[in-house]
Design a binder for this molecule. Sequence first.
Ligand code: NAP
Ligand code: GLV
Length: 310
Amino acid sequence: MPTMLFRSNADRADWWRETVMGELPELDFRIWPDAGELADIDYALVWKPETGLLASLPNLRAIFSLGAGVDHIFADAELPKHVPVCRVINPNMALRMREWVVMQTLMHHRRHREYDRQQRMKVWQELPQPHAGERKVGMMGLGELGGDAARYLAMLGFDVAGWSRTPREVEGVTGYHGADGLDAFLARTEILICLLPLTDATRGIVNRGLLAKLPRGASFINAGRGGHVVEADLLAALDEGDISEASLDVFQTEPLPADSRFWDHPQVTVTPHIAAFSDPRALVDQVVENIRRDQAGDPLINTVDTGRGY
Ligand code: NAP
Ligand code: GLV
């Protein structure tokens, strides 16, 4: 009988137990910290597991992330690197992310922050407005979520470019890639969106140097991870007008501390890491399928490259 350990402070353990066991009645579903005999555990279904937890499971066959990102798993210095890690890839999540990214991009493009301010001052005044085809949007990360959102922004008529590690083709999107492609991508970008995974190669990538390569007055949207941004550098760029506004869903510290300047900054929109909620109804099938596959000796789906960290 296979055994799974569930560990998350952000997800409903009882719902997961009932739903997974509805599909796999033979599964022994345990909820951390009631793990029982650790040698029994075949699978771990986790969000932000504590350091050393996964290493303490000697017979672990696969780790399932409760989100699309796996940085919360690779953050564990004791992670057993031979165990496959699977993540969420799902149209439900892409749809949710697309909504948030398109909404923020349109708010920047259509000067919503300024009109909001004008409304509160009872000012009736038209502001100059380019059309979408005259607006250059740049997507860092052209994967499942970034690629999808970039394609939809292009369908809205924006002039969209994307930047990835390796060459990627996304319909309607001009591709740049690698360190050599970054400067040209930034130089043409008026609204920069980050949907990169957080890895050793991308941590702190949105820093003073990168922001300085954007045209003055460009704006920034982050739905990747807070660790992508050097927050002091972004605040300085906002204060100095190098960056005109920012929409931020993710932060170095979450929940965002009460004393963070982002809360009150007149040019910043804060949302509480809700750009693309991991809808358990959409995730459960992938977890069940992977257990069935593994039990049948078939390859797992949605695995990540443990060397690259995404
Ligand atoms: P993905 O499918 O793995 O795509 C990642 C993209 O980033 C790929 O295009 C990849 O390039 C590119 N990339 C990775 N490292 C790079 C580097 N060093 N330089 C340039 N490009 C690099 O990931 P995804 O499913 O789209 O998800 C992206 C991230 O979104 C997740 O990791 C997570 O942090 C975040 N997320 C946030 C929320 C939220 O609610 N805010 C929800 C879900 C996910 P290649 O194509 O060449 O591999
Ligand atoms: C959420 O941030 C996720 O990685 O799914």
